[in-house]
Design a protein around this ligand. Structure first.
Ligand code: ADP
Ligand code: MG
Length: 322
């Protein structure tokens, strides 16, 4: 089993930000309203994620590291959700097989439990006083797979992946307070009060957030809303346009193009706005699983959606300029 975990780890755990992603998704799935991430050396030295979610009892804590031991797939009636889970109970087992882990957790009813693991093996387990929620620290990632270490880029690149991830999750979950700390320095902090403008200010700065105008619109099958910068605040990359379909971050070339088209002649050449766009529609219209890892999405009634996006953004920008 240890070997198959290590093989699976190669697929799940590509770099520090893949670990951050899995731990954050677990914290979100556990119903947390506050999640803090502490990275040392972009996560190569350690990754700590602290949440105030459901926590686990002793049995669940031990089970969580065995392969396919997901607590989520039992609710099999929700096929759509199961398909979005990605690694189906393999994440923690895979991460544990290539790192050292310290887990503290409590469900708030039983006393807490502390678990230490090394390369996938439990080396210590003891009761501990702990509030409801989970605190997991993954250190010395890839300590037993030196080949993997060689593929990693610079600290700055690896950190960039985790920052992008946190930004996306914060925009997608404005009801959750997120905090990202790197080598003792706070890089992102949101208040979890559901205010998208506060999240935008935390990510892009108060000054830029003030230059973003709200937009919204509705068609037969879709509802859209979000914020878009005035044409005076632009970026050289399209990556500052973040799209969410029913709360999930996605990439969609034509929707990005519809946003850019909405600015018509106002945008300087090769410059792009900062935008957050939330698309809501019947889940059956939005197949987010064309390729889960690449976040590509296939949308039905695409022309209807594209013109809705373009129109909503265009009206807001025109209204703000004139
Ligand atoms: P999956 O998320 O696909 O179920 P994981 O390997 O990521 O698989 O996690 C295994 C199980 O461990 C989860 O199903 C969940 O029951 C439990 N778990 C992991 N992280 C947390 C957490 N932060 N809070 C509560 N339970 C957790
Ligand atoms: Mg998971």
């Amino acid at each position: 089993e240890w070997l198959s975990n290590k093989i699976a780890a190669g697929e799940v755990v590509e770099r520090p930000s893949s670990v951050v992603k899995e731990l954050l998704e677990n914290a979100i799935d556990a119903g947390s309203t506050s999640i803090e991430v502490f990275l040392e050396e972009a996560g190569l030295t350690s990754i700590q994620v602290t949440d105030n979610g459901s926590g686990m009892d002793e049995e669940d804590a031990l089970k969580s590291f065995s392969r396919h031991a997901t607590s989520k797939i039992s609710k099999e009636q929700d096929l759509f959700r199961i398909r979005t889970l990605g690694f189906r109970g393999e994440a923690l087992a895979s991460i544990a097989s290539v790192s050292k882990i310290n887990l503290k957790t409590s469900d708030g009813e039983n006393s807490g439990i502390e678990l230490e693991m090394e390369g996938g093996h439990v080396i210590n387990m003891q009761p501990t006083a702990f509030r409801k929620g989970t605190d997991i620290t993954v250190s010395q990632l890839f300590f037993n797979t030196p080949a993997r270490l060689k593929y990693l880029k610079t600290i700055q690149t690896e950190l960039g992946h985790s920052i992008d991830l946190l930004n996306r999750l914060a925009l997608g979950n404005p009801d959750i307070a997120f905090k990202l700390v790197h080598n003792g320095q706070t890089l992102l902090q949101t208040n979890g009060r559901g205010n998208v403008q506060q999240v935008l200010a935390a990510i892009y700065g108060v000054h830029n957030a003030k230059k973003m105008v709200p937009f919204s619109g509705e068609s037969h099958d879709y509802k859209v809303h979000g914020f878009a910068t005035l044409p005076e605040v632009t970026r050289a990359s399209k990556n500052y346009m973040s799209l969410f379909v029913n709360g999930r971050w996605v990439k969609h070339y034509l929707v990005q193009k519809a946003i850019v088209d909405a600015y018509h002649t106002y945008l300087p050449i090769e410059r792009y706005p900062i935008v957050v766009l939330y698309i809501e529609g019947d889940p059956y219209l939005t197949d987010v699983n064309v390729h889960p890892a690449k976040h590509q999405v296939r949308l039905s009634k695409e022309p209807e959606l594209l013109s809705l996006v373009e129109k909503s953004v265009r009206e807001a920008i025109r209204g703000a300029i004139h």
